[in-house]
Design a binder for this molecule. Sequence first.
Ligand SMILES: O=C(O)CCC(=O)C(=O)O
Ligand SMILES: [Fe+2]
Length: 304
Amino acid sequence: MAIRTTGLSASQLAAFQRDGYLIVPQALGPETVSALLQETQNLLTGFDLKSHPMTRFSTGTTSEHVGDDYFLRSGDKIRFFFEEDAFNENGELTKPKDRAINKIGHYLHVLSEPFRRLLSEDGQVKPADVARALGFKDPRCLQSMVICKQPEIGGAVPPHQDSTFLYTNPPSAVGFWYALEDATLENGCLSFLPGSHKWSPITQRLVRKAGNTGTEMVENSGPQFPPGEEYGVEKPADADYMTYIPGEVKAGDLVLIHGNLLHKSEKNQKGRIIYTYHIIENEDRQYDEKNWLQPPQEGFTKLY
Ligand SMILES: O=C(O)CCC(=O)C(=O)O
Ligand SMILES: [Fe+2]
């Protein structure tokens, strides 16, 4: 296969604009994938369980843990969040620690050398070139994380839109999601509601509670779509019956996800390790000061 040096082709860009997501095959070469998996393994085996507050990550509504201090202060650190199902009724881990972590985040793209290199140097498809192709003027990288989705206990991720979590006024977030292992229906690959980015508004936002005591969902009083006539179109009459389209991918593939697009992943029996971060527009959009993730002292990371 020819080595790519640019971002997206015209037909890839058109597909992203039409569907709200795009699979870019083999954005990472096998050496990069191996280096990132090795780094993930080092992080998983190297972290200290004794000093860990045993915070679990939850996208559901039952757990309060998502709002705690360890999570809220992870934006400029490398921290470890457990699968909810990694504990028994007594709150004890039922798996070895490297098999119990749901995700590692949220500053890998600066603090981990292999992940830092991906953003600036490695790979056949350069993130900066993709951001340029998508029309970003001053893209900033944030919320980098490895999602492990461990065998048997990997949690389902319910349908959501990423701009709910990383809100700019008006919305601009795009997810970069890299498979580090093959992701299939068997091990909880992503699935998408194609075109939903055009009609599905950001009606809610995840914000910090007053006094930084946790997070909560609130109504979004700002713009619900990015600017442009293609957005905010009428919801299709059959939208509630539309089926999610699975995005089965190979290790090294990149999936781009529009911040308004509805997507999800199911529980899994077999494990699945991926790496993801988001970019937001910094030039003519306001990053919201209530968002769960606030910029590190040095500001969110520039791509160019
Ligand atoms: O990897 C998953 O299962 C979910 C990830 C996701 O929703 C995202 O990266 O935006
Ligand atoms: Fe998402």
